[in-house]
Write a protein that binds this ligand. Structure first.
Ligand code: AMP
Ligand code: MG
Length: 520
């Protein structure tokens, strides 16, 4: 892979821990520790993303070479790499958890790409100083979920870290998937992720918690210069720059929440250590996709009691997390007012974005609050598949006979809908079509806008589970098929119609489909 040119600015400019290796420790006055991936015995390339490889300028030949396999399994490093794990803390489920860090992620190095750069990061490549009591490894099941979802999100137009490769290690990893005392060996795997930056809110929080203010300032300056160059030196003074930067982080986070809500994505573990400073979706763990539209739904069984990270609460949690970031950087600004203002502006930004998205989801020209609010209530009356509903709605026109019949397949139990429910839906549909007409929106234009906004293909929970089950049995064809369909999520693809169907009943309460734990 001669084409990879490394320029490791983070490790060159930020302080490293004096020790190397995976000896567990609490860092002081350092942001990272050098540590190498643990070699694995029998790596096999399961999949690589051609599009992600293209970002790095890697050819198909390079991606299928033995060197690629060895490097992205963690067995070999190439010239210019500088393997390390970074230190961060975080609030987990609302409580400060102290030092966490890259417990099973190892950055290999930053690839320079003519003005931009991408960090290569292995996930599941063995212990680091931040692995605490765990092994630093990942299993095929969770690695496949990360791999599939990061690429699916990218194609949906949602900011996300990317996935370059999925490699099985040939080694077993023991996991207690349901935390029920039934630990079992599973296939180990390593994913290579790509992002301009894997910096999390928790990196800033950790430095603030250690009261290393000089380092907090140096790190913040580095992140701004690297990831927000437009803001660098924009303001007259450093404080002005930090404020402008925090405002930008609030904007990006608000926009990300709008995207998640638009496509029905539930992250599942929105701890502050899983919040990307550049506003990307990061750390695909027990995430899920809404099937029935239910604002209270979360796929994460670890959060089943509190449902802190449920679908409908994600935007509010985004703000809560930003507040923790604000607390961390307050010493740099010494004035809470501009930070509070930015947190207020987050709500305005989110609201405006959400209204714009709902307008587009309905194919309208202007936001109609009454229509939107009524619909969101109607969608919860009976279990309604969110993805199917918005696609089907695009096909309903003024002259559609019995429009409700066109929607019947979106309901999980249509037989349970009362006549009154149906009448309410019919009334809403009539009002909706009337509103579109009053706004001068033709049925055709409405459908075009809707189908650009409402995906037909999302990574339905049961579809990834089917792909996982066959992958664990050694058949990866389903992974390939799924990824191909998810590459064009807004297009009709008759050959993939079976991947756009609502959840079958067998998957309703099946582990991996609707229930996931943090165990991965
Ligand atoms: P998460 O909530 O999954 O993003 O992880 C929270 C923290 O636990 C992070 O610091 C992870 O690096 C760490 N972690 C999760 N799984 C493992 C593992 N298998 N080995 C070591 N550290 C882990
Ligand atoms: Mg994490």
């Amino acid at each position: 892979m001669k084409s990879l040119n490394f320029d490791n600015q983070f490790t060159a400019q930020m302080p490293a821990d004096a020790d190397t290796g995976s000896q567990r420790k609490q860092l002081k006055n350092a942001l990272f520790a050098r540590v190498n991936p643990t070699p694995v015995s029998a790596p096999t390339l399961i999949h690589y993303s051609e599009d992600a490889a293209q970002l790095l300028g890697l050819s198909a030949e390079e991606c299928t070479s033995d060197e690629f396999l060895q490097v992205f399994a963690g067995n070999k490093q190439i010239a210019g790499m500088d393997a390390h794990a970074t230190c961060y803390g975080g609030h987990q489920f609302g409580n400060w958890a102290g030092q966490l860090g890259d417990g099973r992620a190892i950055n290999l190095g930053e690839v320079e790409l003519g003005g931009t750069h991408l960090m290569l990061q292995l996930k599941g490549a063995g212990p680091t100083p931040f692995s605490r009591t765990a092994d630093g490894l990942a299993v095929l099941r969770s690695s496949l979920r990360e791999y599939l979802c990061s690429e699916a999100m990218y194609y949906l137009g949602v900011p996300t870290t990317r996935a370059l490769s999925l490699i099985t290690t040939g080694e077993d990893v023991v996991r207690d998937m349901l935390y029920d005392g039934n630990a079992a060996p599973e296939k180990g795997a390593v994913v290579c992720r790509l992002s301009s930056s894997f910096v999390r809110f928790g990196h800033f929080q950790m430095l603030a918690a250690r009261q290393e203010l000089a380092l907090l300032k140096a790190f913040t300056d580095f992140v701004i210069q690297r990831e927000f160059p437009a803001l660098d030196n924009l303001a007259a003074d450093a404080k002005g720059t930090y404020i402008a930067w925090f405002e930008e982080v609030c904007h990006r986070t608000a926009d990300l929440m709008v995207h998640w809500m638009r496509v029905g994505f539930v992250h599942g573990v929105m701890n502050t250590d899983n919040m990307s400073i550049i506003g990307e979706t990061i750390d695909y763990g027990p995430y899920g996709w809404l099937e029935g539209f239910d604002p209270n739904w979360t796929p994460n069984t670890t959060d089943a009691g509190q449902r802190r990270y449920r679908y409908g609460q994600q935007p509010a949690i985004g703000q809560w997390n930003l507040m923790q970031l604000a607390n961390a950087i307050l010493p740099l600004i010494e004035d809470s007012k501009p930070l509070e203002d930015a947190l207020t502006a987050y709500v305005t930004r989110y609201e405006a974005g959400w209204q714009k998205t709902m307008t587009a989801k309905l194919g309208l020209r202007a936001y109609d609050k009454d229509l939107t609010d009524r619909l969101l209530t109607l969608l919860t009356v009976s279990e309604t598949d969110m993805t199917l509903f918005f696609r089907a709605l695009a096909g309903i026109a003024e002259d559609t006979p019995q429009p409700f019949t066109t929607l019947a397949h979106c309901y999980y139990t249509p037989e349970l809908l009362s006549d009154a429910d149906k009448a309410q839906i019919e009334t809403w549909l009539a009002d909706y079509l009337k509103a579109a007409k009053a706004q001068g929106q033709s049925d055709e234009d409405r459908a075009v806008l809707m189908n650009q906004t409402n995906p037909k293909y999302v990574l339905r929970n049961y579809l990834s589970q089917i792909a996982i089950d066959s992958a664990e049995a050694g058949d990866y064809s389903k992974v390939d098929e799924l990824l191909n369909a998810l590459k064009n999520p807004y297009d009709e693809q008759p050959e993939y119609e079976h991947l756009a169907e609502k959840r079958p009943e067998w998957a309703r309460n099946k582990a991996g489909c609707s229930m996931l734990s943090c165990s991965s």
